[in-house]
Structures are given as C-alpha cells and as structure tokens.
Design a protein around this ligand. Structure first.
Ligand SMILES: CC(C)(COP(=O)(O)OP(=O)(O)OC[C@H]1O[C@@H](n2cnc3c(N)ncnc32)[C@H](O)[C@@H]1OP(=O)(O)O)[C@@H](O)C(=O)NCCC(=O)NCCS
Length: 396
C-alpha cells in the first residue's frame, strides 16, 4: 500500500494571560486544568465549524504531572470542557518543551495519516507545582549529567557565561531590556488581545477579576535597574531576576488539522508545518540546545537560517539566547527575532511556552505577509532543544 504524507496546518492558537507564580499571582486560586479547559472552550467558540467529535486526540504538554496536573490531564480537559468522553487524550513531558513537543507530535500524527484534527497545548502552574516538586531523581543522574549544576537551570545559564565569557552580564541585561521594550510595544499596540482568552478568577484576597493581561512584563525596566540586581543563583554570578525568565502560571493551545480536513469544513489554515527536530547537548549548558535542534530542522527542510523570516526563540535566560543567536549567525537585535518580546518579559510557564511561541508566530505571519518561513525553538532542562519550522499561509 502506498503511503503519502498529509500537509499539516495550524488553524488557531490561543493562550491565557501569564501570571506570576505564588500568592500574589493572578492564578493563585485557579487550577492548572481549568486554564487548559478555558482554551479548549475558546477554540470551539472562535472556530464554529469545529465540532468536538472531529477532534481525534487531545495532546497536552505538562512538565510536572502530579496533583492537578497529573492523571493524564490531556484526557480530562476535553471532558471538563463538556465535550463528552469521546475525545482521547494524553500528557507529554519534555520539561520546558513539553508543549512544543505536543505540537510536534501532533504534526507528526497528522502528517502520517493517523489523525486529521488534533488539539495540542501546554499548561504549567509553577505556583501550585514548583519546579522539581515531588521528583525523585536516580542517585546516579547527577553524576551522568555532569554535576549538580545540571539540575539548576539558573546554574546552567551561569555555566554558559563561564564557558563563553564573550557573552557578558552587560550583554545579557541589554538583551533583557530589549525583550521588555519589544513586549511593551506589542502590548500597547494591542497585539496580545488576539491570542489571550480572558478569564474570570478569584484573587488571593477574595476579590474577583477578569484576567486578560500578562502579569510579569516590566515596561519600566532600564539598564540601571537591571545592573543593580543581585545574582540570583550564585555569588559573583551574572544571572539575575532581570535577565532570567520568571516563575509563572499559564496555558496555551494550538489547533492542528490536515489541510484536506480544514478545506472540507471551511476553516482557514494560517501556517503549514515544514519540519521538526529534537537534539541533545551537555545538560550543564542546556540552553545551547536550540542550535543543533534548529540546524537539524533546517537541514530536514532543505533551508538555511537566511530563509527564515521570523524567529520565535524561547528566552529561558538572556545568555542562552545570546549564545544561540550568535551560533545561528544572528545579532541579538536582529529584527526577525522575538518581534513582540519573549519569555524574559512575559514569563515562562514551562510547558505553556512552546504553544505560546507557535501562537505568536501565527499572528506575526498575518502581519508580515511577505514572510515565508518561521522558526519556533526552545531549550529544555537536562540538555535538549526542540525546533519546528513553519510556512506562512497568509502569504499571497
Ligand atoms: C531568577 C529567579 C530566582 C527570581 O525569582 P524572584 O526573586 O522570585 O523574582 P522577582 O520577580 O521577585 O524579582 C526579584 C527582584 O528583582 C526585581 N526585578 C526583576 N525583574 C526586573 C526588571 N526587569 N527590572 C527591574 N527589577 C526587576 C524585582 O523587582 C524584585 O525586586 P524586589 O525584591 O525589590 O521586589 C526566578 O525567576 C527563577 O528561578 N527564574 C528561572 C526559572 C527557570 O529556571 N525556568 C526554567 C528555565 S529552563
């Protein structure tokens, strides 16, 4: 039997606002699974042609799969959205790239004909389930990963500063400032409204409010205030709360279809999946991994970095972005990179960040009709990188 690949397209991407983890966070009294349910409901509302029984799997990235994020959240979410029990579901863990992997696995399933319509996403409530919560690593894991710093993401960023001293604290702060400035411009121009689904929540003081803005961006950031921040992870270090992503709560979801299915039900495809790749690096410098992952994805697509018009790279730490951009032949202020800012400004609710990057790219493609290819890429704790290349379908 001859088998052909199907074209995979993105129909829609949505996200919650991103909150700060902890009692002062907007989602302190909101469950992680409810964040995901909100998005599932919104996708149906935004795309009335979509019926729940068309969705063949609900694939959710979740890093910490315990308590409210455990028990196969991907299966529970469509049922909690009142879609009935007919939509299967699973949860995927590739730490920070859990959600991007959900999108990538979904694309693979559609490409190979296993499904025509998939719900993919990522959610993380770092306030309720802090990084490493209830984890019990094998006693030999530290040794095989290269030492204790591999377990602490901030220390892996310090390791990049140590091993590649050409990327200085001043450069990291300057990059962080740029991310805040770009995010502020994007927010003020109303760019977040098209992707954030408002949610009514109860705050820790008991008041109710509708959350529709990210909590973390700091438009008042300046080089002076950044320079004054103390190292967060070790004495005499260079990584601070200003040039690191924060601890956050949030969710993002992406609706994938085969191009044929989208056509059949009359939904407009926004971008086409081109290639995906995952790669591994030394866990003690995990932030460098978007480089091999991206080079591999480009190679699979028969493309070079010069062909990529829009780049969405997750900003776990400023120094790892500086490293990756440099090795991919890009300047830190390249106008193609994180046009509306990145995780240094918006925050990084681990598994939610990958689908956020995809959602940003989808909306950026709409505004940049001449752009043809886009990249979504991120690093992963324990030394991995995940990259997906997309093609703009708004393009004339
Ligand atoms: C770096 C980190 C430890 C900081 O945590 P925190 O201390 O709770 O962070 P806060 O947001 O409270 O910021 C700390 C201080 O820096 C200040 N600050 C943070 N960003 C700032 C900015 N852009 N401009 C000015 N000041 C800033 C805050 O105002 C705060 O000052 P205060 O204590 O006087 O109020 C935490 O965000 C972290 O662990 N980040 C990495 C997360 C991670 O590893 N993710 C996985 C990636 S792979």
């Amino acid at each position: 039997m001859e088998k052909k690949l199907s074209e995979v397209v993105v129909i829609d991407g949505v996200r919650t606002a991103f909150g700060k983890a902890g009692e002062k966070g907007i989602f302190w009294k909101t469950r992680a699974d409810d964040l995901a349910v909100l998005l599932v409901k919104a996708l149906i509302q935004r795309n009335p042609e979509l019926q729940p029984d068309m969705v063949e799997d609900s694939i959710w990235g979740v890093t910490n799969q315990v308590k409210e994020q455990g028990g196969t959240l991907g299966r529970a979410v469509p049922m909690l959205a009142d879609w009935g029990w007919k939509v299967p579901g699973c949860s995927i863990d590739r730490m920070c790239a859990s959600g991007l992997t959900a999108v990538g696995f979904g694309a693979g399933c559609i490409a190979t004909g296993m499904a025509d319509c998939l719900l993919t996403g990522g959610v993380e409530h770092m306030g309720h389930l802090p990084m490493g919560f209830m984890r019990d690593p094998h006693p030999r894991l530290q040794e095989v990963m290269g030492g204790p710093s591999a377990f602490n993401m901030g220390m892996t960023a310090e390791n990049i500063h140590d091993r590649f001293p050409e990327f200085t604290r001043e450069m990291a702060d300057r990059y962080a400032l740029l991310s805040q400035q770009k995010a502020d411009r994007g927010i003020r121009a109303g760019k977040m409204k098209q992707m954030i689904v408002p949610m009514e929540v109860e705050l820790s003081d008991g008041n109710r409010t509708v959350v529709e803005r990210d909590q973390q961006p700091r438009p008042e950031t300046s080089m002076e205030t950044l320079a004054g921040l103390k190292p967060a992870f070790r004495e005499n270090g260079r990584v601070t709360a200003g040039n690191a992503s924060g601890l956050n709560d949030g969710a993002a979801a992406v609706l994938l279809m085969s191009e044929k299915k989208a056509e059949a039900i009359g939904l407009e495809p926004k971008m086409r999946w081109v290639s995906s790749a995952v790669a591994a690096v030394d866990p003690t410098i995990m932030g460098t991994a978007p480089v091999p992952a991206t080079l591999k994805a480009l190679d699979k697509a028969g493309l070079a970095m010069d062909n990529v018009d829009i780049i969405e790279i997750n900003e776990a730490f400023a120094v790892q972005v500086l490293y990756c951009l440099d090795k991919l032949g890009l300047k830190p202020d390249d106008p193609r990179v994180n046009i509306w800012g990145g995780s240094l400004a918006f925050g990084h609710p681990l598994a939610a960040s990958g689908p956020r990057l995809v959602t940003f790219l989808m909306n950026l493609f709409k505004e940049n009709m001449n752009a043809r290819y886009g990249l979504t890429t991120m690093c992963v704790g324990r030394g991995q990188g995940y990259s997906i290349i997309w093609e703009n379908m708004w393009r004339a």
